[in-house]
Design a binder for this molecule. Structure first.
Ligand SMILES: Nc1nc2c(c(=O)[nH]1)N[C@H]1C(S)=C(S)[C@@H](COP(=O)(O)O)O[C@H]1N2
Ligand SMILES: [Mo]
Length: 196
């Protein structure tokens, strides 16, 4: 009897969309390491830094003129909440890299306000990541990273830099803000790569 009921609870707990150690939330918690920067759209730019001083810069109008994609995806925070079926709109990182010569395999995402997080380039290309500016059909709220945030939903959500200002290509994997404070360098929720 005890075995049956514990097995039943186990199955109910393990939604196949839920990585190990995560629980579901319907809310949308705000997690920010500092104050929320307010970036006017007419001052906003996104910079792709390729190394050797080469860069590509988009202003808001240029960014909005790029092909836009709608994305429905699950997100997983390292503090254990997951939110399923979230809807976003934004520009695929693939689109930003179109026609661009680059040689480095790692990136550092930079944010207005100074936050950084490192993501291997392979985790940003191939339809895996976006610079998102709409959430749930509305412009992304400032506390959730508006005007635009990185969205890398297959990694823990700290990799999805809010208020993103650009991506810097780097030859080596360098730790960003949370990674320097003990968070994992990659952060795959299915492998529970929380801390190191
Ligand atoms: N610029 C910036 N981006 C950030 C953070 C931050 O503090 N600053 N926090 C990260 C963490 S730890 C998480 S869990 C998510 C939280 O996003 P949310 O506040 O929209 O839920 O943003 C990530 N991106
Ligand atoms: Mo987080």
């Amino acid at each position: 009897m005890a075995l049956i009921s514990s097995g039943f609870r186990g199955r109910r707990r393990s939604d196949p969309a839920l990585p190990p150690g995560q629980y579901l939330t319907n809310g949308f918690p705000v997690l920010s390491a500092g104050p929320t920067p307010r970036v006017p759209l007419d001052e906003w730019t996104f910079t792709l830094s390729l190394g050797r001083g080469e860069q590509r810069v988009w202003n808001w109008a240029e960014f909005m003129a790029l092909p836009q994609e709608s994305v429905t995806t699950d997100i997983h925070c390292v503090t254990s909440w997951s939110k399923l079926g979230t809807t976003w709109r934004g520009v695929a990182v693939d689109t930003l890299f179109e026609g661009i010569d680059h040689e480095f395999g790692f990136t550092m995402a930079h944010s207005y306000g100074g936050y950084t997080t490192n993501v291997p380039l392979a985790d940003l290309l191939g339809g895996k990541a976006w610079v998102a500016w709409e959430f749930d059909g509305k412009p992304l709220a400032a506390e959730h990273g508006g005007p635009a945030r990185l969205l890398v939903p297959h990694l823990y959500f700290w990799k999805s830099a809010k208020w993103v200002s650009g991506l810097e290509l780097t030859p080596n994997d360098q730790p960003g803000f949370w990674e320097s404070n003990g968070y994992h360098m990659r952060g795959d929720p299915w492998l529970e790569q929380r801390y190191w």
